[in-house]
Design a protein around this ligand. Sequence first.
Ligand SMILES: Cc1cc2nc3c(=O)[nH]c(=O)nc-3n(C[C@H](O)[C@H](O)[C@H](O)COP(=O)(O)OP(=O)(O)OC[C@H]3O[C@@H](n4cnc5c(N)ncnc54)[C@H](O)[C@@H]3O)c2cc1C
Length: 402
Amino acid sequence: MVLSKIIIVGGGPSGLVLALLLANAGVIVEILEGSDKLDGSPRASHYSWPALYELQRAGLLEEIRKRGFVATDGISWRKVDGTLLAKFSIDAIPPDYRLHALPLGRLCALLKERIDGNPNVEIKYLHKVIRIDQSDESARVFVDTPQGEQLLEADYIVGCDGANSQIRRSLFGDGEFPGRTWGVQIVATNVYYDIASHDWGQGAFIVDPVHWSMAAQIQPDGLLRVSYGEKVGLSREEYIARQPEKFRTILPGHPSPEQYKIVNLSPYKIHQRCAKSFRVGRFLLAADAAHLCNPFGGLGLTGGLVDVGNLFDCFIGIHKGFTDDSILDRYSEVRREKYFSIIDPVSSANLRRLIQDPDIAMKEDPFFTMAKDFENPEFCAGLAAGVNDIMHDFTKEYVKPR
Ligand SMILES: Cc1cc2nc3c(=O)[nH]c(=O)nc-3n(C[C@H](O)[C@H](O)[C@H](O)COP(=O)(O)OP(=O)(O)OC[C@H]3O[C@@H](n4cnc5c(N)ncnc54)[C@H](O)[C@@H]3O)c2cc1C
């Protein structure tokens, strides 16, 4: 079946990468984005190999390395007073496979540049999907636009419309996103402050029952992401009022507000959730629309980019006649299995590891009892490569159509 058009709902990073992969391969794509511009909020910033592999296939990796940076230093875990608990060596990880950093807004800007130059794909801003419909022949969305409601149609429609996905809600119902919400939340900030001069290198996690947090460089010019735990249920104004005391406590050098420059601040609730299925007929779900995890360890968008890379291989197999569309059921099965077997447990452990007494953690937490091995570069390279298990090669699953 030659695909005549695919609609992607949501111009976030996952939708844009899927669109670029498909458009580069000659498939016509329409992106419907509810907002009037692409998102620039302080979210994803670090990408491990499974995400980099997909960004490379989209032809973006060289430019990401130019605009962002590749880690040259391993992350450490510290007490809130700065005492070093453990430091992860990245010496045995080849630079191409190390964490790459580029803030989400800058990644989306790069994607937009490439999409704007590609005749096979168009972003339609201020196109908010409000409901859906489908038949054996096509998938349809009803879209709120400045010109009034429109009905748009394609062979398949992919919901890349984020955590609050309208596509997911239309398929399963408003409250149907199985999983849990953490009883803590985070405040994510982008801030200029020099942690390297305090011997914190490119980043550190703080292990503490109250002041658990992370500070990591995200731009070559020294911009940091500082994310820290907070009480649930305060207003934005209350979180802003509490921020200076938080920074004084968690950052090395205990700075006052004149010593750093905050670029943005966003409070986030954090969830572990996965949709019942990532396929219903001609509708597919990917990335945050399909599954959520807390951001510690950077598995959110990384998992989402692997989804869209997998979906690309499935669509291209169908488009070129290498497989029938039963591969889309396998897409749903495989990606859900990867969520439950790796993304959910690993990301949950990453967060729990921070919210504990550091002295007890060093004696009893199975991760920190390996801390001595973190000085062994080969051991660390093996541990870091574990994330590659979220990848899957769908080209090996093509089933020749009868
Ligand atoms: C603080 C923080 C730090 C993070 N750090 C990392 C990290 O380092 N590494 C990592 O891998 N992940 C990280 N993540 C997770 C990552 O940011 C998300 O997984 C990622 O942004 C999800 O991308 P997406 O394209 O699925 O959805 P989104 O980025 O949410 O995009 C969805 C898009 O859909 C549009 N939309 C929504 N509804 C509609 C509709 N009805 N019609 C049309 N358009 C619609 C929205 O306007 C938006 O543009 C972090 C998250 C947070 C909160």
